[in-house]
Design a protein around this ligand. Sequence first.
Ligand SMILES: Nc1ncnc2c1ncn2[C@@H]1O[C@H](COP(=O)(O)OP(=O)(O)OP(=O)(O)O)[C@@H](O)[C@H]1O
Ligand SMILES: [Mg+2]
Length: 241
Amino acid sequence: MTMPDGGGPGGTGPRPSALEFLGRLAGGLVHEIKNPLSTLRINLTLLKEDLADAHPQERALLKRIEVLEKEVTRLDSVLSDFLRYAGMRRLEKQECDLSALVAEMVEFLEPGFRRDGIELRAEVPPLPVDADAALLKRALLNLLLNAQQAIEGQGKIVVSGVREGDDAVLEVRDDGKGIPAEDLERVFDVYYSRSKAGSGLGLPTARRILEEHGGRLELRSREGEGTIVTLSLPLRREALP
Ligand SMILES: Nc1ncnc2c1ncn2[C@@H]1O[C@H](COP(=O)(O)OP(=O)(O)OP(=O)(O)O)[C@@H](O)[C@H]1O
Ligand SMILES: [Mg+2]
C-alpha cells in the first residue's frame, strides 16, 4: 500500500505525529477497500443484466443480487463518509471574509429551506480571516443541515457574527427541537447520530475544521427550544486594531 502524501515512517519531510500517521494509514486502507468494492458493484450489475432474460426460477436470484448491491452501496458510503472525516486535506489558506462566505452559503440554501417553511437569515458584518474557504463552507453546511433537520414544520435559522477581541465569532442558531441534556456530551463523538440517515460525522468534521484553523466550535442546546453553535477563529492580523 502506498502512503498518501508520501509521508509515514521512513518518508522524507517533517515527521508526522503518530495520530497523523494513523489517519493517513486508515485513509490509504479505505481507498484500497473502495477499489474492489467498485469491481463488485460492476459485476453485480452485469449479473443482473445476464439474468434479465432468464427463466422465472432463476430470476429469483435477482433478489439476492439486489441485497448484495444494497450492502455494497452501504459499505461504499460508510467508507466515503470516513474519508471525508479522516482524509481531510491540508489547509489552503487565503484571505477571506466570513460575511461573504456566509452570504454565499445562505444564498445557496435559502430557496430550498424557504420551500420547507424554514426562514434562513444572515446578519454578519465584515470579518476578515485567513482561512480555507472550501473547508469553512463545508463546516457551515454541516451545521446548517443539522439545523434544518432539527426543525419540524416551520422554523428559523439565523447566522450572526461579531468581533470578540482577536477573534471572529459566528453563531448558527436554530429554533428546532434541540438536544436532550443526556445526549449533549456525545454529539461530537465520531459516528454518533440520532437520525436514521445520518452518518454522525457532521459535527466532529466541523469541529475539526475549526480546530485546524486555530479556532473552536462549541454547541449549546436545550430540548424543545433550539440549538446554538458558536464558531470562532482568529481575525486576520491586519484587521486587528
Ligand atoms: N442543530 C441541531 N439541533 C438538534 N440536534 C442536533 C443539531 N445538530 C446536531 N444534532 C444532533 O447531533 C447528532 C450528530 O450530528 P452530526 O452532524 O455529527 O451527525 P448527523 O447529522 O446525524 O449525520 P451527518 O454525518 O449526516 O451530519 C445528530 O444526529 C442530531 O441528533
Ligand atoms: Mg449532520
